[in-house]
Design a protein around this ligand. Structure first.
Ligand SMILES: Nc1ncnc2c1ncn2[C@@H]1O[C@H](COP(=O)(O)OP(=O)(O)OP(=O)(O)O)[C@@H](O)[C@H]1O
Length: 548
């Protein structure tokens, strides 16, 4: 920015400095970078990485050698003179001096050191350092009337807090510049925040999604089992104290209790998991056993049992469940200009996932849409490329498999079928809500910042309800077409429970598919909420422009 301000304005100076030779590159690079409104440091970084500057710096050395030679011989070479002229020009001087300032870290304000008592496990409490430079913080606060705790209520879009990407709505404010704000009147906290000048060091509590189950009464290492708090995977926890690196204090959200319970820190839980894995590897095995009885017409999507076993990533200690016992989350409100969140339906085979998906799309085809699958089978009469399927060659399909373009794929009657990630993006780019149903292991593949999937578990009702509601239902299996599946209800319910037990940390909502009409209506309203109301999502899916 310094360089730019000192006179390399492409609009006004281009003509003049073009005559001087090299500088056009500078003008173009700076002008382009400034038009993207990037930060000063980023701009400098980009400038210093530019090939023309690298080349220039390479000959810098030669210049000095030549210069010395010239001093000695008093007879400069034309190259040395030319370079001397170039390097003496004001914009290069400004650039070099900016570079030197940054290289020496010679900029203000100097950030304060992190407190000595910083917890060893940084995941528990976030220390947020903002360079304020007298700008407003760009966040509002609220006080919980019951506990007196101060929370970040809103982060103003485009403000300092928003641009930093470090403060989120719902964060509990613990300290500001070393002053505890716990129990303070909101006016007093506002006074502290407004009074911040150069910088602010905020300590905020964090929210975590439990990715594992924990039972204090079964844990012999907990200092006080009665003070422990049991939680199961999927629970939302507000970590309020981590002064002990091994045992944190947390509350469940939403919760009635004002007192916190003891939970193992992430590192403690991780070492417990490793211990458990080495002692009882089979107990940590979280593979979902396929029910084996049902093959619907969606067979093309289903991978074989063998392949599923191979692709199951939840059977080794290096997996998500073992490596990440807690996942930090923050509230996210989709902005109107953003793509819709991907809606994923998960359920045991035969529970009615596909039926519900089809009904939703039929109910409102201009809003809901499924991705168009790929296949290697030939096109049939009445079909249209890109409508029923994307018809591709086997070579192209296999190329896409190798490049991980498929969420799921499989083979049926000698032809390959698959749902590609690009087909999902196509639907979202058209402004529609994309609804897909996948096998549980595919959730990992889809959990990304760009898709921000919202996962709805379609749960089986009890076997008696199943028997009642599915009296007339038929299924199409691999070995019997259109057969009644009344005998499979127990197996279906068992499978549904297993998926729920193993994967519920990924579920955002659960719908019991008893009465089809009711389930469909419930699904509609959940999806509307998912798209239009604040939801907890992993912090790593947020960018500064996507926070509330
Ligand atoms: N709530 C319900 N009441 C009555 N019948 C239902 C209900 N839900 C689903 N069905 C019927 O159950 C059968 C299986 O449903 P569906 O094909 O959607 O299962 P699925 O979970 O998608 O399994 P698959 O992937 O094997 O097809 C279908 O005949 C469907 O019409």
């Amino acid at each position: 920015k310094d360089v730019f301000d000192r006179g390399i304005n492409p609009a006004t100076k281009k003509k003049k400095i073009k005559n001087e030779g090299l500088q056009l590159h500078v003008v173009e690079d700076v002008g382009e970078a400034v038009s993207r409104n990037i930060s000063g440091a980023q701009l400098l970084h980009e400038l210093l990485s530019a090939p023309w500057l690298r080349a220039l710096l390479k000959v810098f050395h030669k210049f000095f050698v030549d210069a010395m030679h010239w001093t000695r011989a008093n007879c400069p070479s034309p190259d040395a003179l030319e370079l001397y002229n170039l390097l003496s020009s004001p914009h290069i001087q400004a650039l070099l001096s900016s570079h030197d300032s940054v290289a020496q870290c010679d900029y203000l304000p100097i950030l304060p050191p992190l407190p000595d008592e910083l917890p060893e496990d940084e995941e528990a409490m976030r220390i947020v350092c903002l360079v304020k430079n007298n700008q407003p913080l760009g966040a509002t606060i609220r006080r919980d009337e019951e506990t007196g705790d101060i929370y970040i209520a809103r982060v103003i879009h485009g403000g300092l807090a928003d641009r930093s990407g470090l403060l989120h709505p719902g964060d509990l404010l613990v300290e500001v510049n070393g002053n505890s704000v716990l129990g303070l009147e909101p006016e007093k906290v506002i006074h502290i925040l407004v009074g911040l000048q150069d910088k602010g060091l905020f300590m905020v509590s964090v929210y975590m999604r439990a990715m594992v189950d924990y039972y204090p009464l079964q844990d012999s290492s907990i200092p006080c089992p009665d003070a422990g708090m049991a939680f199961s995977r999927g629970d939302l926890l507000e970590v309020v104290d981590q002064s002990d690196a091994q045992w944190w204090q947390a509350r469940k959200v939403p919760c009635g209790a004002s007192f916190a319970g003891l939970i193992p820190s992430a590192s403690t839980l991780r070492s417990k998991q490793r211990e458990q894995w080495w002692c009882h590897p089979s107990q940590v095995h979280t593979c979902i056993r396929p029910s084996g009885f049902r093959r619907s017409f969606r067979l093309w999507r289903r991978t074989s049992y063998k392949r599923r076993r191979q692709s199951c990533t939840s059977c080794t200690p290096s997996t998500n469940a073992l490596a990440t016992p807690y996942e930090e989350v923050a509230l996210y409100q989709r902005l109107p200009q953003e793509n819709h969140r991907l809606i994923i339906l998960i359920g045991a085979s035969g529970v009615g996932v596909n039926e519900l998906r089809k009904r939703l799309i039929k109910l409102n085809p201009s809003t809901f849409q499924g991705p168009v699958p790929h296949t290697t089978r030939p096109m049939r009469d009445g079909e249209q490329a890109g409508r029923e399927y994307h018809f591709v060659t086997k070579e192209l399909f296999e190329y896409m498999v190798c490049n991980h373009r498929f969420v799921e794929y499989g083979e049926s009657k000698g032809h390959l079928y698959g749902t590609s990630i690009d087909a999902i993006h196509d639907v979202l780019k058209r402004g529609r809500m994309c609804i897909i149903d996948v096998e549980p292991p595919s959730i990992h593949f889809l959990r990304s910042r760009t898709l921000k999937p919202y996962v709805i578990f379609i749960k089986a009702p009890g076997p008696e309800c199943l028997r009642q509601s599915r009296r007339n239902a038929r299924i199409i299996t691999g070995y019997a077409v259109n057969r009644a599946f009344t005998d499979d209800f127990l197996e279906l319910e068992e499978m549904s429970q297993l998926i729920e037990a193993k994967c519920k940390q990924y579920f955002d909502s659960v719908v019991v598919n008893d009465d089809l009409q009711d389930a469909c209506m419930q699904l509609c309203s959940i999806i509307q909420q998912a798209q239009n109301e604040p939801q907890w999502i992993p912090v790593c899916w947020l960018t500064s422009s996507q926070q509330m």
